[in-house]
Ligand binder design. Structure first.
Ligand code: GLN
Length: 497
């Protein structure tokens, strides 16, 4: 008799690995198990799995249980609750959660306690989500593998010898290892989509301005966006809806709720599969792409075709300049944003090191930054300072800004002909830990298919498409600004096919 089963048994029967937001919501409402029991089960899983994965940098047990208690009480009262109420999640450790350490994966912020909640956290808390902890990342989100973390690499749950992608690798690995139901990441040049692809998840990089960046430690402010990593398109949509919207604390945020038609509106109006046109840029299928990855992406395109979607070859003529353009703009902005970590205002300071030889203020800055930042972050600060310096500004930074406009125009032209654009996320599946860490240029090439989206400020989603051996591979759907719901729907159609 079902009613005689204990909550543990019910949870085991449901299998944590298949949990989606809606299912868990239903079970909580039906009181099949409590939020506290759910939290216990997930934290036990973190304890057993994370020794090998290293997805989490901080576990917020007390925060989780106090929130869980509140939601359980509301459920008992029979209150109608948002679908995220009681859902365990994890947060990339570059997003501030009040009273919780926020390291940005860096030694320089090793002991930094966040003084306030980021807007996305306020929204998640208000929706009743349960924050289990903070996840590992490449230092200040600079990287594609999560190996640039000051706290050791995260391992890909599908193959522990491989990277989970980066920089939101901890968030992706936590979801893929079923240590939480969804996670937040940030994406400046691919950091949500690449780990989603490598870990077999759905990852959404929203339109620039759709989600507030208030309380996100800045890497490159004109490119950064926060977004969800989840197991299904529907889960990603639920989280995106909860975190998006205008915020007076981020002047670049836009009232997207008015602009983003919801799924029903899309399905009822012009969005019909037979009228849909997917553009495939010819520049994305040339050299350097792994043949097995290429096959998976081409098979995905074929599936859409079989469903009745029109596929059209398009051209993004300036796309070959996207990567160099990104690495000029992103490093320039990073060098300015990271100037605030000076050994005085925040975190690590060599003043407190009795062995350091500090004679003056400049020594404090230089030595704290040298000790506090890792090699990749120092490299980018130097690159960024160089491209902004007098005499080089016009040749590098200004030129990159002009190329950025050309890229935006390429996309705008393409979107006159097609509804969305489909590309690979990465030319290769997850690579081995250590394989690229000594060669920054090779590492930067992992982002070749993703950075243009950030430069143009567009929304894009990574959808699981298949596997090379046991390694997941995703494809990317890029949409017009604020057409998140359209790319989500198109992803869902593939997921359900
Ligand atoms: N891998 C890219 C970089 O290293 C993108 C990082 C990101 O999106 N945060 O800059």
């Amino acid at each position: 008799m079902a009613d005689c089963q204990g909550p543990q048994e019910k949870m085991r029967k449901m299998e944590i690995k298949n949990f989606t937001i809606k299912e868990v919501h239903q079970s909580l409402i039906k009181k099949e198990f409590s939020v506290i029991e759910l939290c216990r089960a997930f934290l036990a899983r973190v304890e057993s799995e994370d020794k090998k994965i290293n997805a989490f940098l901080t576990i917020t047990r007390d925060l989780a249980f106090s929130q869980a208690k509140k939601i359980d009480a509301l459920i008992l009262e029979g209150k109608e609750l948002p679908v995220l109420a009681g859902i365990p999640c994890a947060i990339k450790d570059i997003i501030l959660v009040e009273g919780v350490r926020c390291t940005a994966g860096s030694k320089i912020l090793g002991n930094y306690i966040a003084p306030y909640d980021a807007t996305v956290i306020k929204k998640l808390k208000a929706a009743g989500a349960i924050i289990l902890g903070k996840t590992n990342l490449d230092e200040f989100a600079m990287g594609s593998s999560t190996e640039n973390s000051a706290f050791g690499p995260t391992r890909n749950p599908h193959d522990l010898t491989r990277v989970p992608g980066g920089s939101s690798g901890g968030s992706a690995a936590a979801v893929a290892a079923n240590e939480c139901i969804f996670a937040l990441g940030s994406d400046t040049g691919g950091s949500i989509r690449l780990p989603a692809s490598f870990c077999g998840l759905v990852g959404l990089k929203p339109t620039y301005g759709a989600v507030s960046r208030y309380g996100l430690i800045a890497f490159a402010s004109s490119l950064d966006q926060i977004g969800p990593l989840a197991k299904t398109v529907e889960d990603a949509r639920i989280v995106f809806e909860a975190i998006s919207g205008q915020d007076e604390m981020d002047s670049t945020s836009i009232n997207s709720k008015f602009q983003i038609p919801n799924s029903k509106q899309i399905l009822n109006s012009k969005f019909q599969i037979r009228n849909l046109k997917i553009g495939v840029p010819k520049e994305y299928f040339v050299k350097g792409i792994d043949p097995e990855v290429e096959k998976i992406i081409k098979d995905a395109i074929k599936k859409y075709e079989e469903m009745g979607v029109k596929i059209e070859e398009i051209s993004l003529p300036h796309i070959e300049y996207a990567l160099p353009c990104y690495y000029i703009i992103a490093t320039a902005e990073a060098s300015a944003n990271l100037a605030r970590f000076d050994g005085i205002k925040y975190g690590h300071s060599e003043i407190r090191n009795p062995k350091s030889e500090i004679r003056n203020l400049l020594d404090v800055y230089l030595q704290s930054r040298e000790q506090g930042f890792g090699a990749e972050v120092r490299r980018r600060i130097m690159l960024g300072t160089y491209v902004l310096s007098a005499g080089y500004y016009d040749a590098y930074y200004l030129r990159a800004q002009k190329v950025r406009v050309l890229l935006k125009n390429d996309f705008a032209e393409a979107f006159k002909k097609v509804d969305v654009i489909l590309t690979p996320v990465s030319p290769i599946p997850a690579f081995k830990i250590g394989e690229k860490i000594d060669d920054p240029l090779k590492m930067y090439l992992s982002d070749i298919f993703t950075v243009s989206v950030n430069l143009a400020g567009l929304p894009a989603i990574s959808i699981p498409a298949g596997k090379v051996g046991n390694l997941p591979v995703g494809f990317q759907i890029i949409g017009r600004p604020f057409e998140e719901n359209k790319i989500l729907e198109i992803g869902k159609i593939f997921e359900q096919f």
